[in-house]
Design a protein. Structure first.
Length: 360
């Protein structure tokens, strides 16, 4: 049977365990926000945070790609033929689009459709009306592709529209009573329950969390790749969403969500500290040298796989000039040249940066 979504509550009595989880999450996010404001060049690290968020969220839907694959595709440039990597790139593009649009358009059904169209562009699911809300019934987790055997059947089209309108009003309710992280958890649950698109609902719903926290000024930038933590507990994540639908276990969902926020925010702070320390060590190695190699170090923190073309386009230097700078950093042990091709057609890897990104 299709789900009949209830309106989100304005007030939720929190049990002691949930209050404890909320306190931990608030502290962790506060530390992350502070770290983000204190970073000497926060934009240097944003690309890696966005890549991790996009990769983890896409992997939850079956995408098979790695951080190295994503960074390598960015370094080479152009449109990749690897559909898994393209899905991750689409996620990043959709999030960047949403962040940019917040300057003149709040989170809304219209913005969701814009982001959804980007999310499904040229990948699996592109035939499922990208950028348009569904006009037919869908379902999830059926072994024989029938709604009768599905784990979850979203609302009918008739019930979907008023639920979507209510969800949008809840995003922007005046004088909200509930703490922001509780509202984020409720809104994410409700979006996944409404399931307003034929495909891409999970990715868009997780993308919404980051967008909402930035729009509400809880974070100065999308430094919380929450999908990375949700992916580590994917089965439990799905169980908690279903637990609210089937048993009304709202406290269990809230605790799970808040604990995931606290864990990932702590990881993100640790990553920022380690990346900052690593950047200072690299720059110290270059101190006293009259060279633009330090600019390439900064490029590597945004994309730890480099090519002469990538460096040339970002620093406005010739291919030979880029090659000279890359080899300077290779001689100093900051980069490693690798790949089937060498020289102008080669690739350079910032292994220490990749190690930090893959560990946390």
């Amino acid at each position: 049977m299709p789900t009949s979504p209830t309106n989100l509550p304005r007030e939720v009595p929190l049990d002691l365990a949930t209050v404890g989880s909320l306190s931990n999450a608030d502290r962790a996010v506060g530390r992350l926000a502070g770290a983000g404001r204190l970073l000497p060049n926060p934009h240097l690290f944003l690309a890696s945070y966005l890549a991790e968020e996009a990769l983890a969220s896409s992997r939850m839907e079956g995408t098979q790609a790695s951080l190295s694959d994503v960074f390598d595709a960015a370094a080479v440039g152009g449109e990749t033929t690897d559909l898994d990597v393209r899905e991750v790139q689409n996620y990043v593009n959709a999030l960047e689009h949403g962040l940019g649009r917040l300057r003149d358009l709040p989170i809304s059904k219209r913005l969701l459709c814009e982001m959804h169209a980007i999310l499904l562009k040229g990948v699996c699911g592109q035939e499922k009306t990208p950028g348009e809300f569904r006009r037919s019934q869908n379902w999830i987790g059926s072994p024989d592709n029938r709604p009768e055997t599905a784990l979850f059947v979203p609302p009918t089209i008739e019930a979907m529209w008023p639920a979507l309108d209510s969800w949008e009003r809840y995003v922007h309710q005046a004088d909200p009573v509930l703490p922001l992280l509780i509202r984020a958890a409720l809104l994410h649950y409700q979006f996944e329950t409404i399931h307003p698109f034929l495909d891409g609902n999970g990715r868009l719903g997780r993308l919404f969390i980051v967008l909402f926290l930035v729009e509400q000024d809880l974070l100065p930038a999308p430094l919380l790749p929450l999908s990375a933590q949700l992916e580590r507990s994917k089965d439990v994540y799905v169980q908690h969403l279903q637990g609210v639908r089937e048993h009304g276990d709202l406290q269990g969902w809230l605790r799970f969500f808040l604990d995931a926020v606290a864990t990932q925010a702590t990881r993100s702070v640790e990553r920022a500290e380690r990346l900052t320390d690593l950047r200072e060590r690299c720059r110290a190695t270059l101190r006293g040298r009259r060279s633009r190699a330090a600019e390439i170090v900064d490029l590597a923190f945004g994309n730890p796989v480099l090519t002469t073309g990538f460096v040339g386009s970002h620093l406005n230097v010739s291919p030979q000039g880029a090659l000279h700078l890359l080899r300077q950093l290779t001689d100093l042990g900051i980069l490693r040249e690798s790949g089937e091709s060498r020289g102008l057609r080669g690739r350079w890897w910032a292994d220490e940066i990749l190690d930090v990104l893959n560990e946390l």
